[in-house]
Design a binder for this molecule. Sequence first.
Ligand code: ME8
Length: 508
Amino acid sequence: MRYYVTTPIYYVNATPHIGHAYTTIAADILARHHRQRGDDVFFLTGVDEHASKVARVAEEQGLEPKEYADRIVGAWRALPERLNATNDFFIRTSDEGHKSFVQDFLQRLYDAGDVYQDVYAGWYCVGCEAFKTEAELVDGKCPIHETTPEWIEEKNWFFRLSAYQGRLLALYDERRDFVLPAFRYNEARSFIAGGLQDFSISRAGQPWGVPIPWDESQVAYVWADALVNYRSALSYARPGEDLGPRFWPAVRHLLGKDILRFHCVYWPALLLSAGYEVPQQLFVHGYLLLDDRKISKSLGNVLDPLDLIDVYGADAVRFWSARAVSFGQDGSASIDDLRERYERELANDLGNLLSRTTAMISRYLDGRLAARPSDDSSVRALVEPLAADVAKRLDRYDITGAVERIWEVVRGLNRYVESQAPWQLAKDESRREELERTLYDLADGVRVVAIALAAYLPETSPRILAALGGSPDEIAWDGVAYGLTLARDGVVPAEPLYPRIDAPTAAA
Ligand code: ME8
């Protein structure tokens, strides 16, 4: 299967916060999982540079926009790198390959007869990079950014979105899973059903951006430029190779609910007009809240994900981000919860399970494990449904439910240790075979869990496999099955996976 997954491309008007890490982590979990399943995967992330708010910050700093972007882009590249995200490309909208693709794309809209010139007057929120209707404002302010929008009156080029209402409704009716979760599908569909207004795809009097091919006095409106990244990247990510035929339209867009309309309404319409196929699927997740407000650059309540990684490591931040809030819903984030999960779930449930397992194999069996899978083993019953259950959840983007399902097995293995009490079996020479089978099952269960968790915990999972005396990079998904541990010796007590953190509030 072809599996192309994207994050939004983030604005470079400030450095990344935990909200950006959130989507990047989710996309990476899906990308890694699909690679484990042997799918042909492409994972794209990157940055959105041609925004008015970017030009504004640059000006405040006395820099040309491009110079500013060149300086700050390092902080954005560091986000996926430090998170251990396996993106196959990092796009910047200032890439020449992107700009020429956008020009061709806009020309196609024009040639399709979907573009006309008109004067636009309205309230523009620079935070949103979008016009707002009076009805959307609260006390004259943008409710998201809590700022007064600017009155803008310009002669612009318009895209005939209104002409696509029927085609979009037909698309939504034909593909009930086009947008997930279902309540987001309903939200997008009712927005379309409520009537669509044409929107401006160009800006006058702004030098920063992609020139409109038939009118070089204007540049592309940031969204008419940014959305195209998902398709443009395929054309130049691999020099001399066009990945378009391979990965389009097998794309799954991940995005936050703040940009639902652009992705679920504007983007498919633009693609239809330009003669491209619409995406396979869009998944819209909720906001991570901090003290019940959206974490946002403009609101200033930012958590720096790199600080959290410094203290807890990338795996713990990934785990917490996937687990703390049901993916798709809004939810609150707190450092206390991260610390709690680090200690209780990662260090105790998982770390101690590995420590005990390896210590007992070392102590009671001299580090030697014979292959003893058995038909009536309770560990077999515990792990057998796991591969299908996890895959089914991840196919629905339920990254929280999938990791919870894996954790049921982790907890089940801990109960198994308690109920089998290998330390008792070890006292009785006549129960040697039972001891061997118990420790075999335990080691095999931990191996299964490590492979199932590899997409979430890419640093820890190979360490677990190696500690069990296996090959650290054997993580193919068909390894999530009972009884594949081979006979081995030389198992020694493992180092703690998650050492105590003495300064847990360092990042707070
Ligand atoms: O909108 N909770 O960029 P952006 C969860 N450049 N996710 C969050 C979040 C939060 N509190 N804050 C941000 C843009 N995100 C455009 C996108 S795409 C063609 C152009 C994540 O820097 C979430 O994915 O404002 C959200 O949609 C995105 O960052 C917005 O990033």
